[in-house]
Ligand binder design. Structure first.
Ligand code: HEC
Ligand SMILES: [Cu+2]
Length: 377
């Protein structure tokens, strides 16, 4: 009977109040399991409350009922222990089956490493040399309520994770800083990403589409601003995307190399820097450079961005500050972008140093760092 109910849910399928079926075999298993357990709970509730209300009504005081006076009925105690145990075991069997299937990452066809960090995702495709960051793309104006909120408010990113359908995809998940959790409800995948650990999960998507999720672990101030967008497409389209992405990455690399020889004007650096600052730094140091006292230092008027040496300033961004939320941006931004954002910080909000930092400065800082310099000898 239970299976009949599950396969033809009374009101479940189309209700906006229920779980959705999702788009993977596992998410369907989870859905069926949820319905099965739900109906078992309903049946238990009907029996328990039925007996209770029947007893209250039948043996009410106005009918002259007199309470029986007994205790320690071994028979009753055995029965009320054994029945729930049997019910629990019956429920554990399908639940364990689904859990085991969720954990089985064997025979996967694609492996993608997912790294969480405050507050963005990084995706790396194994064996493909393709990797990129994925950041929320909702504008600050929408968040501030100055602009009308879009259809995918807080659930949109600049670079979605792109995957093919009908392929078993294994995810290796880890984190650069605190615990995050990669959660896409339509796949029934939700796994913590833990610094120093690698967790595994997998999915195999049945239908092309765009699926959205969020970080599901309270990971700091902008926890609500690191959404996940997955674009699932047919294998052919995926292949085209992958080739395009590789070309795009090669182009960016060539561009970055070219930037090392270029001397950019301060205007150009400031424009680029302002954009980088708004999208990558303002979440902590604030758009006005004032930071948040006690959590994120101000850049406006700070020694590091005014009278301090440029190398110290560069080191903060290239190396980060170990043990704090100030992460290393060495692999997140190109040398040109780092140079631009430093130039911006040294000239915005009254930090009128007039200093100009070029990509080559960043590059020479990095190389200096890589080989212990003669200074140290
Ligand atoms: C996740 C939050 C976060 C983000 C994003 C972030 N920072 Fe920081 N930043 C910090 C924290 C926290 C510190 C203080 C570290 C410490 O204790 O020394 C800091 C320190 C700094 C300092 C040194 C300040 C001082 O007075 O010593 C500079 C410069 C800086 N950040 C620049 C940047 C730039 C440029 C970006 C963007 C590319 C950026 N930060 C993005 C959190 C952040
Ligand atoms: Cu997070």
């Amino acid at each position: 009977m239970a299976t009949a109910l599950v396969s033809q849910p009374l009101f479940a399928e189309s209700s906006q109040y229920n779980l959705t079926r999702g788009v993977t075999d596992i998410s369907n298993q989870v859905y069926d399991l949820h319905m099965l357990i739900f109906y078992i709970c309903c049946a238990i509730a009907a029996v328990v409350f039925g007996v209770m209300f029947y007893s209250i009504f039948k043996h009410r005081k106005s009918k002259g009922a007199v309470a029986a006076n007994f205790h320690e009925s071994t028979k009753v105690e055995v029965v009320w222990t054994v029945i729930p145990v049997i019910i629990l075991i019956l429920m554990a069997i399908p639940a364990t089956k689904t859990l085991v299937a969720m954990e089985d990452t064997s025979q996967s066809e694609i492996t993608i490493k997912i790294t969480g960090s405050q507050w963005k995702w990084h995706y790396a495709y194994f064996g493909e040399d393709v990797e990129f960051f994925s950041l929320m793309s909702t504008s600050q104006q929408q968040i501030d309520g100055v602009e009308e909120k879009g259809a995918h408010y807080l659930l949109e990113v600049d670079n979605p994770l792109v995957v093919p359908i009908n392929k078993k995809i294994r995810f290796l998940m880890t984190s650069d800083d605190v615990i995050h959790s990669w959660w896409v409800p339509a796949f029934a995948v939700k796994k913590d990403t833990i610094p120093g650990f690698i967790n595994e999960a997998w999915t195999k998507i049945d239908e092309p589409g765009v699926y959205r999720g969020q970080c599901a672990e309270l990971c700091g101030k902008a926890h609500g601003f690191m959404p996940i967008v997955v674009q699932a497409m047919a294998q052919d389209d995926y292949d085209v995307w992958l080739t395009g992405k590789k070309e795009e990455m090669a182009l960016a690399k060539a561009e970055a190399a070219k930037a090392l020889d270029a001397t950019l004007s301060i205007e150009e650096l400031l424009t680029t820097g302002e954009g980088i600052y708004a999208s990558r730094c303002a979440v902590c140091h604030q758009a006005n450079g004032q930071g948040l006292p006690g959590a994120f230092p101000a850049i406006a008027g700070a020694e590091v961005a005014t009278s301090g040496s440029i190398d110290t300033h560069i080191s903060k961004i290239v190396d980060g500050v170990a043990g704090t939320a100030m992460q290393s941006f060495a692999n997140q931004l190109t040398d040109k972008e780092i140079a631009a954002v430093i130039t911006y910080q040294r000239n915005a909000w009254g930090n009128n140093t007039g200093d100009v930092v070029q990509a080559s400065d960043i590059n020479s800082y990095k190389t200096q760092e890589a080989e212990p310099s003669s200074k140290e000898l």
